[in-house]
Design a protein around this ligand. Structure first.
Ligand code: 3H9
Length: 712
C-alpha cells in the first residue's frame, strides 16, 4: 500500500515499517497505516508473527505534536495500540533511535520489544506539559515497576537500551547494528518466540505492580514539589501512575485519559509546545537556502583561559571537539587548566562523570602559548577582557594566521562586533558567540550577527550550538544584544519599584511565585553587584546618564559597603554561610529608606499586579523595539533566549508569548500608562503601538532583517 506505513513479508514474518520523516511522528496517516498494515499481516496466511519498525533514523518518536490543539482524527492512538496488543499473531517492536512518547507506547502495546543497543527509550510528554496519553502510564509500571516508571514519566528523560533490558522493558539488544541487521535479528527473535505457548500482553502483567507501598507516590510528590514553579503536569503524571497500582487497567486508562485531557487543555502545555517548536524554529535563518552546506567544525581554538574561556573550552571537549587554549603566560595557562581539572574532578566525585570520561575530555584539551595552532582551527573563539583595543589587536593577529573558511568569533557580551570585524580583512567571517557564565553549564548561546557576517556562519553556529548541547539564538549587533538589552530594562524597573515603595523581598517573591527561577534582586546578588557598579561608574564618567533615569542609587550604596552579593555573603540580602540561603537584612532596608528620603520619594504601597506589569512590560517593550529594529529574526527567538538563559518559566512560554497571550492591546495600554507616569524609563516602541492599532500579534510580525543595521 502507499502512504507512510508499508507491509512486506520476509521469511514468513510480516514487517510493518513506518516512513514519516524526520522522526516518524504518529500523525493520523501513520496511525491509520499502522492499523491497515496490521490487518494485512493478520490476513496474510504466510505471516506467522508481525514486526513493527521505523524507517530512517528512528522508531516513532511520539505523537505528532503539531496535531495537538486541533480536532482529533480517527483512528486514535489508543485503539491502534489495543489492536497490536490483542493481535492473535505475536507482535514485536524492533526499536532504534528514539522511541519516545506515543512511539514507546506503541511498542509497549506489542507483545515483545527488541532494540539496537544505541536506542534511547522514554516518555518525554511531561516536557510538553502532558502525560503519556496512550496507555504509557499504565503499561510502563507493569513492565518496569512503578518506581522507575515514575522517574521516567516525571522527568521525561529517556533510558538507554541496556538499562531497558535490565529492567524488563526490552527482551534483547543487538550491539550497534544497522537497521537491516536489526530486522534480521528481530526475525530470528520472532521465530524463537513462535514456540511460546502464550505471548505476554503488557496490560495483563501484574507482578511488578502488586504490594506497592503508597509511600513511593508521596515521596515522588515531595521530590518534585520544590521544582514545580507553578506547574501541574508533573503532579498529574504521578496521579496517572498511581492509577496503575490502585485501579484495574480499564479504570487506570480512563483515569489517564481524564488527566491527559486536563494537561492537553492547559496553558502550561500550550506554552511548552510553543517552546519546543520555537527552539527548532530558531535554527531557520531567513534568506538562507536550507541546502547550503555547513562548515565542518572539527578543531577549535579558544583564546583566553579565564572563567569564560575555560568554560567554553569545556563545552567543546564535552562534545568530543578538540580544543587548543591559548594564553599569554604559562602561569595563566596552568591556573586556567587547574580550574578546569578541578571542575571535572568535582563532577567525578559527585558520581556524575566517570574518571575515564574525565581523562578523555582532558586529553582533548591542549594548553599552549603558541598562536600557530590557529592555522589548523575551524573556529577561533576569543574570550579575553572586554576591552575593544585588546580585542582588535587579537583579531588582527587571528586574521593573519587563520585558514580560509575559519570562523572568527568573539565572546564579547557588550562590544560592537562590526568594529571588531573591522580589525580583520575578512569582516564577513567574524561573528559574536556570547556564552553565559558558567559557560560549561549555561544553556543559552547568543550568536551575534555583525552587519556583514555570512549567513552560512550563522547556520553553522546554530548547528554547533546543538552539538555542544546549547540552545542557540541569533541576535543583532545592538547594545546588550537581545538578552541583556531586555534584562537591563527589567532590572531597572525592579530597582525603581523599590525606590517607590516595594521591597526587594516583595519584588523577588512576586517574580518567583509567577514562575521565574529567581527574582531580579536575587539574580543581582548571584551575578555580583560589583559588575554593574563598575559599568555604571564608567558610564557616569562618560555622562551617559544625562537625560536618562538613574535607578541604581541603592545598588551603589550596597557596593560602597562591599555588599557585592552571594560571593561577599551579603548584597540585597544576607546569606547563611553554610546553606547559602538568603535572608532579609534590616541594613538594606535602612539604605533603601535613606535613598528614598534623599531623593524626596514618598513611598507608597505597590501592588503585586503593578510589579508584574512593570517587570514584564519592560521586557516586552524592549523586545518589540528589538524586533522593529530587525535585531531578532522573530518573536519566538526572544522567548527561547529568556527561557534558556534568564530563568523565565518555560511553562509560561516567554515574554513575547505572554504578550500575545494577554493580548498586545492590553499590554500596550499598560506600557503607555507606565510611560505617562515616567517617560524617562519607558523608551517608545512604535511596533507595539502599531500592533495595538491593528489588533496584531507579535508572533505574526516578520521583522526586516535583510539588511542588519549597524549597532544601535
Ligand atoms: C505524545 O507522544 C503523546 C502521547 O503520549 C499520547 C497521544 C494521545 N511531532 O528535535 P529535532 C520535528 S507527545 C512533530 O531537531 P533531533 C521537529 O519539529 C510526543 N514534529 O531532531 C523538527 O522539525 P523541523 C512525545 C516533531 O534529531 C524535526 O522533527 N514525543 C516531533 O535533534 C527534527 O527535530 C516527544 O516529545 C513530533 N513528536 O531530535 C519527542 N518530534 O525540522 C519530541 C520532532 O521542521 N522530539 N519533530 O524543525 C524530540 O525530542 C526530538 O525531536 C528527537 C529528535 C529526540 C525525536
Amino acid at each position: 500500500m502507499s502512504g507512510p506505513v508499508t507491509y512486506e513479508l520476509r521469511e514468513n514474518i510480516g514487517i510493518i515499517t513506518v516512513n514519516n520523516p524526520p522522526v516518524n511522528a504518529l500523525s493520523q496517516a501513520v496511525r491509520a497505516g499502522l492499523s491497515e498494515c496490521l490487518k494485512e499481516a493478520l490476513n496474510d496466511s504466510s505471516a506467522e508473527a508481525v514486526i513493527v519498525t521505523g524507517g530512517g533514523r528512528t522508531f516513532m518518536a511520539g505523537a505528532d505534536i503539531s496535531e495537538f490543539g486541533k480536532p482529533t482524527m480517527d483512528p486514535d492512538l489508543n485503539s491502534v495500540i489495543f489492536e497490536y496488543e490483542d493481535s492473535n499473531k505475536p507482535t514485536i517492536a524492533a526499536l532504534h533511535g528514539t522511541p519516545l512518547g506515543g512511539g514507546l507506547e506503541v511498542s509497549m502495546g506489542c507483545q515483545y520489544r527488541v532494540a539496537n543497543s544505541k536506542t534511547l527509550l522514554g516518555l518525554p510528554e511531561v516536557k510538553l506539559g502532558l502525560l503519556p496519553g496512550a496507555g504509557g502510564t499504565q503499561r510502563l509500571p507493569r513492565l518496569v515497576g512503578p518506581e522507575l516508571a515514575l522517574e521516567m514519566i516525571t522527568s521525561g528523560n529517556p533510558i538507554p537500551a541496556e538499562k531497558a533490558m535490565e529492567e524488563g522493558l526490552v527482551s534483547e539488544i543487538y550491539n550497534n547494528v544497522s537497521h537491516e541487521e536489526l530486522i534480521d535479528n528481530a526475525i530470528i527473535f520472532a521465530k524463537k518466540i513462535l514456540t511460546n505457548n502464550t505471548h505476554p500482553k503488557s496490560r495483563e502483567r501484574t507482578e511488578k505492580i502488586s504490594n506497592i507501598s503508597p509511600d513511593i507516590f508521596d515521596n515522588a510528590i515531595k521530590k518534585i514539589t520544590p521544582r514545580l514553579r507553578g506547574r501541574k503536569g508533573p503532579l498529574r503524571c504521578i496521579e496517572a501512575v498511581r492509577g496503575a497500582v490502585d485501579l484495574n487497567f480499564e479504570e487506570g486508562i480512563k483515569n489517564e485519559r481524564d488527566l491527559f485531557k486536563l494537561c492537553h487543555d492547559s496553558d502550561e502545555s500550550e506554552a511548552l509546545i510553543h517552546s519546543f517548536f520555537s527552539e527548532r524554529m530558531a535554527n531557520k535563518i531567513p534568506g538562507m537556502d536550507k541546502d547550503t552546506p555547513l562548515r565542518p567544525i572539527n578543531k577549535a581554538v579558544v583564546i583566553g583561559c579565564g572563567t569564560m574561556g575555560g568554560g567554553i573550552a569545556m563545552s567543546f571537549v564535552n562534545s568530543g571537539i578538540p580544543v587548543s587554549i591559548i594564553e599569554t603566560t604559562s602561569e595563566f595557562l596552568d591556573k586556567g587548566m587547574n580550574i578546569i581539572k578541578n571542575n571535572y574532578a568535582a563532577t567525578v566525585s559527585k558520581g556524575r562523570l566517570s574518571q575515564k570520561n574525565m581523562d578523555k575530555r582532558m586529553s582533548l584539551l591542549t594548553p599552549t602559548l603558541d598562536w600557530d595552532v590557529i592555522k589548523e582551527a575551524d573556529i577561533v573563539i576569543e574570550a579575553v577582557f572586554e576591552e575593544m583595543e585588546i580585542k582588535k589587536e587579537i583579531f588582527t593577529k587571528i586574521d593573519n594566521l587563520a585558514k580560509e573558511g575559519a570562523i572568527l568569533a568573539s565572546n564579547t557580551s557588550t562590544l560592537d562586533i562590526d568594529e571588531i570585524a573591522d580589525a580583520t580583512n575578512r569582516p564577513e567571517e567574524v561573528v559574536g558567540t556570547h556564552f553565559f557564565s558558567p559557560a560549561n553549564v549555561m544553556k543559552l548561546l547568543e550568536i551575534v550577527r555583525g552587519s556583514r557576517t555570512k549567513l552560512d556562519i550563522l547556520a553553522t553556529l546554530m548547528s554547533l550550538a546543538k552539538k555542544i548541547k546549547k540552545v542557540g539564538i541569533i541576535a543583532g549587533n545592538c547594545d546588550g544584544f537581545v538578552g541583556n538589552r531586555m534584562f537591563h530594562q527589567y532590572v531597572m524597573q525592579a530597582h525603581l519599584l523599590v525606590e517607590e515603595g516595594a521591597t526587594p523581598e516583595q519584588v523577588d517573591s512576586v517574580a518567583e511565585n509567577w514562575g521565574w527561577a529567581m527574582g531580579p534582586f536575587a539574580v543581582n546578588d548571584l551575578a555580583g553587584n560589583d559588575v554593574g557598579w563598575l559599568i555604571r561608574k564608567r558610564h557616569k564618567a562618560e555622562n551617559y546618564y544625562e537625560g536618562k533615569k538613574y535607578a541604581s542609587d541603592v545598588a551603589d550604596r550596597l557596593c560602597e559597603l562591599g555588599r557585592f552579593g552571594q560571593k561577599a555573603g551579603k548584597g540585597f540580602y544576607k546569606y547563611d554561610p553554610k546553606t547559602r540561603k538568603r535572608e532579609s537584612d534590616p541594613e538594606v532596608h535602612k539604605i533603601i529608606e535613606d535613598v528614598r528620603r534623599e531623593k524626596g520619594v514618598n513611598p507608597r504601597e505597590i501592588s503585586d499586579d503593578e510589579i508584574l506589569s512593570r517587570l514584564h512590560g519592560a521586557l516586552i517593550n524592549e523586545g518589540t523595539r528589538i524586533l522593529e529594529e530587525g535585531h531578532a529574526f522573530r518573536a519566538s527567538d526572544i522567548d527561547v533566549c529568556y527561557v534558556n538563559g534568564y530563568g523565565f518559566a518555560a511553562h509560561r512560554g516567554g515574554p513575547m508569548w505572554q504578550a500575545d497571550k494577554i493580548g498586545v492591546n492590553k499590554v500596550a495600554k499598560e506600557i503607555n500608562n507606565h510611560r505617562n507616569a515616567d517617560n524617562l524609563s519607558w523608551p517608545e516602541s512604535k511596533l507595539i503601538n502599531q500592533l495595538e492599532e491593528s489588533n496584531g500579534k507579535l508572533s505574526e510580525f516578520i521583522p526586516d532583517t535583510s539588511n542588519p543595521s549597524k549597532r544601535s
